[in-house]
Design a protein around this ligand. Structure first.
Ligand code: THU
Length: 160
């Protein structure tokens, strides 16, 4: 028997000004996108912004539905839109933020497992690390320099 452990490195920034300017800009895009979320049921408004290698920025936000599973998270809306609009263009970074009218969100949003699995695929296809930036409406920013730090024991296409 052998006990193992994962190390999931990430960086925490207390202020947006400490970030690389293009990362700070991507977070601002995500905040803007969150304003347009359609989240009448959870009232948890998430915004996402993807930066591609060609410089394009693609936005997404969570879109809910009365038949709950029919909605989609902000991250996947943004990633799928980017793949649809710019097929074959590698992804560089993804920023995620959230706000709520009912409570302060002052800690980083943790992307759900399904979105992380999509990030894995995106990173593989991009053949470069996908930087993931997470923030609440305010507060610190967590930066992951690749999806592996967010998603240990990844399910990969090589298993198929
Ligand atoms: N949500 C996202 O958009 N991204 C996440 O990372 C977590 C959850 C959405 C789904 C749903 O519309 C609402 O937040 C509450 O779960």
């Amino acid at each position: 028997m052998k006990k193992e452990r994962f190390i999931c490195p990430y960086t925490v920034y207390d202020h947006l000004e400490e970030l690389d300017p293009s990362d700070a800009e991507l977070l601002r895009f995500a905040h803007d996108a969150a304003r347009n979320a359609y989240a009448p049921y959870s009232k948890f408004n998430v915004g996402a912004a993807v930066r591609l290698a060609n410089g394009a920025v693609v936005l997404g936000n969570n879109i809910e539905n009365a038949a709950y599973p029919s909605g989609l998270c902000a991250e996947r809306v943004a990633m799928f839109a980017a793949m649809a609009q710019y097929p074959g263009v590698p992804f560089e970074a993804l920023a995620v933020t959230a706000w709520s009218a009912t409570k302060a969100i002052d800690e980083p949003v943790a992307p759900c497992g399904a979105c992380r699995q999509v990030m894995v695929e995106v990173e593989q296809v991009s053949q470069r690390p996908l930087r993931v930036l997470c923030q609440g409406d305010t507060g610190p920013v967590m930066v992951f320099d690749g999806v592996e730090s967010l998603m240990p024991f990844i399910f990969l296409d090589k298993f198929l």
